[in-house]
Design a protein around this ligand. Structure first.
Ligand code: DAH
Length: 346
């Protein structure tokens, strides 16, 4: 009898400490305590070992124990029914976990924008190598050795060892791809050439030792400066809106004649004058011109029969203006706090 009392007390404590909640826990409790192989039944079985004169007291204790277990079960059922969260069952009403989204790099976004506008005019995309020889980066572009224009672009030369007859360098502009496209010998040519370029410049908020350009080239019979202007005018209207104005300033590039630089009316202040346009109302966006006859000749194209125009623009500056970025170094630092701000950008 003493054993039975001890056992029932231990069981009661165990029941009192049962800590599960929800439908599943209640059911588990039922099976463990009240089921056909449960502990209540097992405890009832102890009756047969109790001496006759104690059976009455033992019966009372066992009944009390059974009621205790049943009331605990009732309590568990009730709290499960009132919606206390069941830890083990999935709650289908919870909002889902957001899948972390990657984003396009702002340079890619701007590059894509520029390319897609020219693609609508029938320009194909061509790419050239970043490690280039002197011919394609300089000489063929009408910049023979010692040409002063070479000094304008501080060049990184590549040490290619002694077994090479030519100088290797990191291209200083995407104009190398013009030459490579013309050398293929298939005319007409209408391409844009996006890519990364390198110059040995001190890194600061405004300049970097590498950046991106998009080059354009159109060669055919009877291509004129009017075609150049119209093409670029279409581009800026698509890029900056219908109200934008353009102006061409005479300039000099060895590979074009005549050459020009194109400005657009400042898209920040609309031409009134602000910090971005340095109070001039105009922002310079690209260099352009008619392909120099020497360049055509260098690529075995007859300048008496064919003419063409070319242009080259940077990608960083328009991206900085569009997205309000004030330090060019941010583009290459790969800081996710910077990059993830472009998740929804177009
Ligand atoms: N290559 C020039 C630069 O990097 C940009 C440029 C100017 C490209 C005029 C051209 C052009 O094709 O016609 O500064």
């Amino acid at each position: 009898m003493q054993d039975l009392i001890q056992k029932l007390n231990a069981y009661k404590q165990e029941i009192a400490e049962f800590s599960g909640s929800g439908e599943q826990a209640a059911e588990a409790f039922r099976i463990q305590w009240l089921g056909s192989k449960g502990r209540v039944k097992e405890a009832m079985g102890e009756m047969k070992h109790v001496p006759v004169e104690q059976k009455k007291d033992a019966g009372q204790l066992l009944n009390e124990f059974k009621l205790f277990a049943e009331s605990k079960y009732a309590e568990l059922k009730e709290t499960a029914g009132t919606g206390t969260a069941d830890q083990s069952a999935p709650d289908l009403s919870l909002p889902g976990d957001a899948v972390p989204l990657g984003s396009r790099h702002p340079i890619s976004l701007m590059r894509h924008k520029i390319i897609s506008i020219f693609q609508r005019l029938g320009f194909a995309v061509a790419e050239g190598p970043e490690i280039e020889d002197d011919w394609h980066n300089f000489t063929a572009l009408n910049m023979p050795a010692h040409h002063p224009a070479r000094d304008m672009q501080d060049t990184f030369y590549v040490d290619a060892g002694e077994n090479t007859a030519v100088d290797w360098l990191l291209r200083t502009h995407t104009s190398n791809t013009q030459i490579r496209e013309m050398e293929k010998g298939k005319l007409p040519i209408r391409v844009i050439c996006p890519g990364r370029v390198y110059r040995n410049e001190t890194i600061s908020a405004r300049s970097h030792c590498f950046f991106h350009q998009v080059e354009g080239l159109y060669i055919d019979e009877n291509v004129s400066f009017a075609d150049l202007k119209q093409t670029l005018y279409f581009f800026v209207r698509e890029m900056y809106g219908k109200d934008v104005r353009v102006r061409f300033r005479p300039s000099y590039f060895p590979f074009t004649e005549p050459s020009a630089e194109m400005d657009v009316s400042c898209f920040i202040c609309g031409g009134k004058g602000c910090n971005i346009c340095k109070k001039t109302g105009w922002v310079e966006i690209l260099g352009c011109g008619m392909v120099h006859p020497n360049v055509l000749r260098n690529c075995n194209i007859d300048p008496e029969k064919y003419t063409g125009f070319a242009f080259g623009m940077g990608v960083e500056r328009p991206a900085m203006l569009k997205y309000g970025i004030n330090d060019i170094r941010l583009f290459s630092e790969n800081d996710v706090r910077f990059l993830k701000q472009f998740t929804a950008a177009t």
